[in-house]
Design a protein around this ligand. Structure first.
Ligand SMILES: C[S@@+](CC[C@H](N)C(=O)[O-])C[C@H]1O[C@@H](n2cnc3c(N)ncnc32)[C@H](O)[C@@H]1O
Length: 512
């Protein structure tokens, strides 16, 4: 506590974090300081203690305070690829297992002023027409009552339409109002219900329970990892089996699986699916959470900040590495228990990498083939074989190896990047874009993914998209947020300054 202000800002930070999940660390601390001052002024309070006491004891006062803190940025048809994912395959799959009289429940969690749930309703309407209200219920919830009031009103300004250009949809479902305002027609407005709900509450209301698809996009960005996990666990609990939780591409997946939620991919997009354990038992299948029985490669779990140089030797941290009998430079032995002469597979792996770098491709290939028997190194062994084949100008065979690496670990960012690079080298920019996009979902701040997406779009002649990715790359580099994925084989690397220069030049050329 200070002399002037009896209560430290930390108390407010802790309270909003604990009750609403919001974090105000580092640069965002100043925002909280200002909001506290603003609210004190509005309420005519003279001390932080007075405000804090009312927030602590009066839930209504707390929620009103939160109204000042959330970021409600949103617009219609934002990241439309996720709406496309909903329309196919998610909804058809759910319809196939739905009983006749049941509606599919689609939730927009953190719906802000309603653009997201209304975009969901419009997408459904486009396909299912008058049957939409019979087949689906669409619900939006948010902690912010002011945003919800705007959502219920259904009147928007131009900024809400800065996403995909949907002229026809706009003409069909909106009326031009006065003062440039655009009014949603009742046919869509009546399809969506709104409610105020805090994602950190323990009790979900009936309206939200039994969800089939939950759009949870651009909400988790200010939550830390443990809050995210708590929320996802809560969402999983209120979902029907077979349901899906959809994220935005700017949200990274620090949790591969959460209980019954497992990360799956369709159309190059990742989402969580709630699997039915009974179904898996019945079919004699492994539960998806156990998919890819090999542990995710530790090489890929420790993104570093700062330098863009490739690490010469990333560290592996297996508790007890597999061992392989390797005598006098041969690799005849099988993988098994340690012996005096045995070499750990870590040693063998780095020997293979060293051979690859010295261009001793035959030996590198031999060692890599051997390592495919080792669960700890199987994924990287496939990548190594793929790189040798790529260098030998055998792109199809190389890509087969990269895909096998993804079967081992679908979040292997190096495999996605290598697949993208190989497709790009073959002039197949669409395929390259899909792979670089996947790399970006695995690690949003991966500068290479942004760079190669920009380059691939430029090659396709789509300067607008290319500019978008150069812009985001520039932001990442300028803010020194560039996480360099720990790559072992990826053949390209830049210095941060060179990349900044290159990026600015490309932007100048595109804009000029
Ligand atoms: C950036 S908007 C995202 C809107 C929309 N989902 C989209 O992607 O365009 C984030 C929303 O999450 C809401 N939010 C933040 N914390 C929340 C919480 N604990 N419970 C419910 N909503 C929350 C905010 O009020 C805000 O409206």
């Amino acid at each position: 506590m200070t002399g002037k202000q009896p209560l430290d800002l930390q108390h407010f930070k802790d309270l909003v974090h604990e009750r609403a999940g919001l974090t105000f660390d580092n640069t965002r601390e100043e925002i909280l300081r200002q909001k506290v001052a603003e609210v004190m002024c509005q309420k005519g309070l003279r001390s932080r203690t007075e405000l804090f006491t009312s927030l602590l004891h009066d839930e209504g006062a707390f929620l009103d305070f939160v109204n000042h803190l959330t970021i409600n940025e949103t617009y219609f048809f934002r990241e439309p690829q996720y709406l496309d994912l909903m329309m196919s395959p998610l909804v058809p799959e759910l319809l196939a297992r739905q009983k006749d009289d049941e509606k599919i429940k689609i939730i927009s969690a953190g719906c802000s002023s309603g653009e997201e749930p209304y975009s969901i309703a419009m997408s459904l309407m486009e396909t299912y027409g008058d049957d939409t209200s019979r087949m689906f219920s669409v619900i939006g919830f948010d902690i912010n009552s002011m945003a919800l009031a705007k959502a219920a009103e259904g009147i928007y300004g131009k900024l809400s339409f800065r996403g995909r250009d949907e002229e026809a949809i706009r003409a069909r479902y909106f009326d031009q109002g006065r003062y440039g305002l655009i009014k949603l027609k009742p046919v869509i407005k009546d399809l969506v219900r709104f409610t105020r709900f805090n994602l950190l509450s323990d009790e979900y209301p009936e309206l939200i329970r039994g969800a089939d698809i939950i759009f949870y996009r651009n909400v988790s960005i200010y939550f830390n990892s443990s809050v995210q996990r708590k929320i996802l666990t809560g969402l999983a609990a209120i979902m029907n089996y077979g349901g899906a939780v959809v994220f935005s591409s700017s949200e990274t997946f620090s949790h591969k699986d959460i209980g019954l939620l497992s990360l799956v991919e369709a159309k190059g997009l990742f989402y969580y699916r709630k699997s039915d354990p009974a179904e898996h038992k019945k079919d004699g299948l492994e539960a998806p959470s156990a998919k890819g029985a090999a542990p995710p490669s530790p090489l890929l779990r420790q993104p570093r900040r700062g330098a863009l140089k490739k690490p010469m030797k990333a560290k592996t941290h297996h508790a007890s590495p597999c061992v392989v009998a390797a005598q006098a430079g041969s690799v005849k032995g099988g993988i098994g228990t340690p012996s005096a002469q045995s070499q750990t597979t870590d040693d063998l792996f780095w020997e293979a990498v060293a051979c690859f770098r010295k261009k001793e491709q035959d030996r590198a290939m031999l060692l890599a083939e051997k390592l495919k028997d080792c669960p700890c190194h199987r994924g990287k062994a496939y990548l190594l074989c793929g790189c040798i084949l790529m260098n030998g100008k055998r792109p199809r065979e190389a890509e087969e190896q990269f895909r096998k690496a993804l079967d081992v670990d679908e979040l292997d960012i190096e495999a996605h990047l290598l697949l993208g690079l190989s497709a790009r080298n073959s002039g197949e920019n669409d395929r390259a874009i899909t792979s670089f996009n996947k790399a970006m979902y695995v690690q949003h701040s991966c500068w290479m993914a942004h760079y190669f997406l920009a380059e691939s779009y430029l090659a396709k002649g789509n300067a607008k998209k290319a500019r978008g990715y150069y812009d985001s790359l520039l932001k990442i580099l300028e803010n020194e947020l560039a996480d360099e994925p720990p790559l072992v084989f990826f053949p390209i690397s830049f210095k941060r300054e060179d990349l900044l220069h290159l990026c600015r030049r490309k932007l100048a050329v595109i804009q000029g």
